[in-house]
Design a protein around this ligand. Sequence first.
Ligand SMILES: Cc1ncc(COP(=O)(O)O)c(C=O)c1O
Length: 480
Amino acid sequence: MSMPAFKDDSPVAQRPKLYTVEQAKELDAATVKDLFAAHINPGQLHFLKLLGFDKILVDRAEGMHYITRDGRKILDFFGGFCSVAFGHNHPRIVAARKTFQDENRHEICMAFMSQYASALAANLAAISPGDLDMVFLGSTGSEAMEAALKVAEQAQGPGKSKILHAANSFHGKTKGVLSVTDSTLYQSQFKLVENRVKVPFGDIEAVRQALESDPSIGIVVMETIQGGGGIVEAPLGFWRELRALCDKHGVLWVADEVQCGLGRTGQFFAFERDGVVPDVTALAKALGGSKAAMGAMIARREIYMKAYGKPKTALIHAQATFGGMGEACISAIEGLNVLYDEDLMGNAQRQGDYLLERLNALRVKYPNLLKEIRGRGLMIGVEFQDISETMPFGVKHMVALLDDKLKGSLCGFVGALLLKEHDVLVAFTEYNRNVIRLEPPLIVTREQCDQFIAAFEDVLSRGVTGIVTGYLRKIAAAKG
Ligand SMILES: Cc1ncc(COP(=O)(O)O)c(C=O)c1O
């Protein structure tokens, strides 16, 4: 790979040669690929090439679409793992940001109280059920979850700081939450927090046994719907029973709503399904209006006050440098108003029900390809049959030469063909390679759902051999 010629290697350069904003906007795909490999993540490029995604350079994004440099309009059913709830560049959120800039409003406000952060925190408290009233603002889901575990641990004290978490969980990759993210790949080289225990997700008896046998467990942390695990829900009533168990044993329940929250399931928080309230929760992803990095930990007032309520404890986990930046708060405030004004939660429910119905019909039609359709609202998992045993011998060999990861799973082939031939983008799944995730923006229309289903059926109709050979012909052949 040739290095981009732009970098000045001279050790005495007064001013390094820097890309300007205009130059950055005009870079071509080949140069971006070189820069990505040289400075960001060469290993990741392998996977982008495998899927043919390295050929795409997005120029703009509007509503449900990415628009590429060569004018393709890509329908976004990926939604940035739920970060694009409002669609790309929602006009009201963009306008609120522009006005904020035109008025020369301040961004960083560490010395004073911020009216924007205060209003956003009040909005989140107004939306959240029960006394989930106290808000810590950060920039990412991991940061919100770090804050969630810390407030719970501080409130419980050292004698009750053991954390119970779920198998196949994903709570982020920063040092603290990594210990409760159940992935050997992500965890293996790092020293983890030791006082933790794992149970199968959605198994209330396993939780009961753990809490009854170990009084040092003080915190239960779980995603309400597992995203990285492949869109997996706990049985109806699970959260109600968990709430009762936590109350009985003096345990705090931390609900990770980073991916499933913010209206995606048709309710603002997915835990509302069971009519109960956790002690602490966390939001991120689309919270910044799909324009800004924004995460929030929301704690019950009683828990927060116990942890940080006194002047002596107030600064233990207080505002970080970029927590509650002005424009990020404005984006979030406008986004929350848009969510209600445009009935995006109602739309998520309606379009989600429609998609589930159409996908289930496809499952009945293509039982050799589709194993299960699951999810709620616009958080849908499409699980494919494992084809490691059934893949025709001839193609199996060719696929194995490309990458081991492609061997048993149809998802990579299907996702690559959807993009290449239909301009439709879907998401893959960390822990279950047989699951495609559909998490489109909450503004998706019935027509766009039909467009997706038509594209998906076109690919499915080719059968295993047709899908794999189509991939080998169209994507693997162009790999380079
Ligand atoms: C449930 C859940 N929690 C936490 C995180 C971490 O969020 P971030 O990537 O913003 O740090 C994610 C990210 O995918 C997530 O899905």
